[in-house]
Design a binder for this molecule. Sequence first.
Ligand code: DHB
Length: 387
Amino acid sequence: MVGGGPAGLMASHLLHRAGIDTVVLDRRSVHEIETTHRAGILERDSVRLLTETGVYSGEGTERVLTEGDRHGGIFLRFGGRSHHVDFERLVGASVWLYPQTEVFSDLHRARTRDGGDLRYEVSDVQVHDVEGSPRVTYTGADGGAHEVSAEIVVGADGSRSACRNLVADHRRFTREYPFAWFGILCEAPKSAPELIYARSERGFALISQRTESVQRMYFQCDPTEDPGSWSEDRIWDELQTRLAGEDGFSLQEGPVIDRSVLPFRSFVQTPMRHGRLVLAGDAAHTVPPTGAKGLNLALADVRVLAEVVERALEKKDLDVLDEYTDRALARVWKAQHFSYWMTTMLHRAPGASDFDELRQLGELNSLVSSEAGSTYLAEGYTGWPTR
Ligand code: DHB
């Protein structure tokens, strides 16, 4: 596995259970990955993957279920009012608020417990000969030169993937957006029982959560925004204005303990396999954050990947890997559409006309007043069944 984030570790975990040895390489330290804030929502099948494949075996507790929070819906807020979309009632499913950093820690603990070969803080990672007998060379944390031979290389090296460049004759599909997200962590109590996705004349805002006393919030900003230049008062004014409404809703405020501007892009590369190299997660596709599909897609890739790799090695037939791209991309494009749709429905495009604004409100009103519309949102948010 080139990349030891959640995708690489989950691949390593599932292959280990199939009796296949893996080596995980990552240039980052465990501490760096554990402390880089990412999204916090797990689809139903992502939770199942954690609980049903032995990640927590022997721990006496399935942390995602005991530490995470089950959310049966979300609030869409626009026109100064909140509208609840009840996933439980609409599709009989829920999602779990459980930060990606926790998923990483759980997988790291599971691989360590099972004797996994994890090599963090390496550098100069290079993948050779993926069409023949793959080798991965790198400089170890000790400064020495190392080499690993592999039957299959998994490129799970994230949104700035080097592995993806090794796929010959690839096609890339990209969409840029004229905005980004300003994300904060703050010490405050929860403002609502579930997440609030808010559309306002000043742009989008999302009120998410972490714990009883720490909350995660985002608001749409210019991609060139410097988070350091904002005072806390200005951050709260902006959030309060975007959430304000005739119902008198008010956000709970508190000290801001982390802030950053998040990149925003839609990207897909195909194929996701070349020779003995297979790509997983952000290495092959990126979604804008609205709807929190990134980690869920990576885990869905890995579930398919582990199954085809296991079969290919068992049958000694690399042609089995051919089905990976089509199976993974079917879900990827659904999630691309879902993330794009949630984004465009809730964000304010710079230069939007009055027509654009009123059309957007028309879309949101038709969505929340339609069983069919709300069900579509619920299906996409909680995640489509894995093929
Ligand atoms: C979070 C992030 C998202 O992009 C989202 O849609 C929901 C929640 C989060 O960080 O909690």
